[in-house]
Design a protein around this ligand. Structure first.
Ligand SMILES: [Zn+2]
Length: 313
């Protein structure tokens, strides 16, 4: 069994998208409550540091980051997208929430590279996988998983990093950032058609992008079979040195933003498949990042199943 370190900071609760917005602080609160009750595995919570700008810079240009922070309002909310998806907001407390979210990934990289008996889960918001090099969207500003991939390559000379994304939405940002980069593979299973509209099977980058679009209404058995054949099989061939997970739990049948019918336990099996590849090729090294998941019951139960599998070898 591995010990799980959860990186979290109360600043991440302060990101505010307005009333009735699905991406709300309660998402982290229910997962925290669940973690505090876990007895089956060794798990502890550590405070996420603020990400340094020069590390974020490995993915996003300085000008882009500065522009985001300049848009932060003194009061109220500032929308940053145009229609039709005008649902990504900055609030007065967004800066530290954004930097803590990204910092969780960076601290995780240091943790797993120094101690092979640990895996980490970044309990963060705002999420990151929709953030492109110079475009915030889909509740995301900085691509946390992408910055961590680049940090691992720069600091620890990791050659091949894999990102596995089982959020129900395609990670357009992660795909865009690494589209021409053979050293990072990006594999995603996601409902299609659905926001953000990218992630067709023919989008393959330089042979490093693996997309498995799925139709609305499919169940856990079908989902896992497609995930194994179209994502894990390719990941196995890529032989990554570290695996980063974009862990979204919005493919759950209770989720209000999509129409896939997973139950909570399915997230155990999905995670277990990734763990097996990490054990075979990556010295067991995994960092998981919270992305989406908007039904509080489903989110807490599914994250629990995810953590149980994450602790296994
Ligand atoms: Zn999502």
């Amino acid at each position: 069994m591995k010990e799980i370190i959860v990186y979290f900071h109360p600043d991440c609760l302060l990101q505010n998208n307005g009333d009735n917005h699905p991406e709300r602080k309660h998402r982290l609160e229910v997962i925290l409550q669940m973690i505090n009750k876990i007895k089956k595995i060794k798990i502890s919570i550590k405070k996420s540091p603020l990400a340094k700008l020069e590390i974020i810079n490995l993915v996003h240009p300085k000008k882009y980051i500065e522009e985001i922070f300049l848009l932060i309002p003194k009061s109220g909310l500032q929308g940053i997208e145009k229609e039709p998806y005008a649902d990504t907001y900055l609030c007065p407390d967004s800066k530290n929430a954004i930097l803590r979210s990204c910092g969780a990934g960076i601290a995780s990289a240091d943790t797993i590279m120094k101690d092979n008996n640990k895996r980490t889960f970044c309990l963060i918001r705002p999420p990151g996988h929709h953030a492109e090099t110079i475009r915030a969207n889909g509740f995301c500003f900085i691509n946390n998983v992408a910055v961590t991939a680049r940090y691992l390559q720069q600091k620890y000379k990791i050659n091949k990093v894999a990102i596995v994304d089982f959020d129900v939405h395609h990670g357009n940002g992660s795909q865009e950032i690494f589209y021409n980069d053979k050293t990072v593979s990006y594999g995603s299973i996601h409902q299609s058609p659905l926001f953000p509209g990218t992630g067709l099977e023919e989008e393959i980058g330089v042979g490093n992008i693996f997309n498995a679009p799925i139709k609305s209404g499919i169940n856990g058995k079908e989902f896992i079979s497609i995930f194994n054949n179209k994502i894990l099989a390719k990941l196995d061939k890529f032989k990554p040195e570290v695996i980063l997970i974009s862990a979204g739990f919005d493919a759950h049948k209770r989720d209000p933003l999509a129409n896939i019918n997973l139950n909570s336990k399915d997230f155990y099996h999905i995670t277990k498949g990734i763990v097996q590849i990490a054990e075979n090729h990556s010295q067991g090294r995994i960092i998981s990042f919270l992305e989406g998941g908007y039904d509080l019951v489903a989110l807490s139960e599914s994250a629990y199943q995810h953590l149980l599998a994450l602790a296994e070898i």
